[in-house]
Design a protein around this ligand. Structure first.
Ligand code: ATP
Length: 259
């Protein structure tokens, strides 16, 4: 049995296992009306790692992220640092250090790049707080292109710039865990490479990432651990490198000529 420490960093202030992952789901189920979309998902994201969930359209990937973020009702357990979250719902999850970058980016098109970024920080800092300015400089350091376009309206950005802004906005809240829903969707290969480079850099800076992707190749190359989700169930899980060599994954998600 693993050792127990008194959980100073446990959200509920309860004792938590020393090696408890940052995020864990146990038997997570989500239904839309009478139709169940997720059937008992067990998943873990250790601190500072990239975990990816790959799978076909309609497998339940977006549903999984929404349920973890408290945007959808669910059954089963969601644990943070080995304990139940102190507060439920989206505010509780943001307060605990989780942040979601949704597939549709959901920017405020009529607002500038900089104002979109400031909105990302408002739950964390008072307006004008010096750490807010520091966060902004960090985001601009990661995305110099956003700095060049700080006064441009978000609606006029290219697809890649919009994704960078969505990521930057989430980073303004200084998350411990970022939930990314299809960050490469609709982007040119060069921009996809750039986005995955940033994702790896965020891990280097200590941010854990739960990455939902249809670009299985890039996701498995970048992640530490991977889950394959099909029709609401985990059908395969393992270190990302091992899954990339699994014949079932190659056949269904990577195709021929992988190397
Ligand atoms: N609001 C909703 N109402 C009813 N059913 C829904 C709703 N949202 C999703 N579903 C259904 O739940 C299942 C999982 O959908 P989800 O969007 O989570 O899959 P996904 O893996 O993210 O797919 P994609 O890769 O196409 O985005 C699908 O059968 C979908 O039709």
């Amino acid at each position: 049995m693993s050792a127990i420490r008194t959980g100073a960093s446990s959200p509920a202030g309860q004792a938590a296992p020393v090696d408890a992952p940052l995020l864990e789901t146990r038997g997570l189920c989500v239904a839309y009306g009478k139709v169940e979309a997720l059937h008992g998902i067990d998943l873990a994201v250790p601190a500072g790692t990239i975990v990816t969930v790959i799978g076909p359209n309609g497998a339940g990937k977006t549903t999984l992220l929404s349920a973890i973020m408290g945007l959808l009702p669910s059954r089963g357990e969601i644990r943070l640092d080995g304990a139940a979250p102190r507060r439920v719902g989206i505010e509780g999850m943001v307060a605990a250090g989780l942040n979601l970058v949704p597939e549709k980016r959901e920017l405020f098109g009529e607002m500038s790049v900089e104002d979109n970024l400031l909105l990302g920080a408002f739950q964390r800092y008072r307006t004008g707080h010096r750490d807010q300015a520091r966060s902004m400089e960090e985001v601009y350091g990661l995305f110099p292109r956003l700095k060049e376009r700080r006064r441009q309206l978000a609606a006029t950005l290219s697809g890649g710039e919009r994704q960078m802004l969505a990521l930057g906005r989430a980073l303004m809240a200084k998350p411990r865990l970022l939930l990314l829903d299809e960050p490469s969707l609709g982007l040119a290969p060069r921009i996809v490479k750039e986005i995955f480079h940033i994702i790896a850099e965020l891990r280097r800076r200590g941010v854990a990432i739960l990455l939902v992707e249809q670009n299985a190749r890039a996701a498995l190359q970048t992640a530490d651990y991977a889950y394959v989700l099909e029709t609401g169930q985990v059908v395969l899980a393992g270190p990302a490198g091992e899954l990339a060599d699994d014949p079932r994954v190659i056949e269904s998600y990577l195709g021929l000529g992988r190397k």
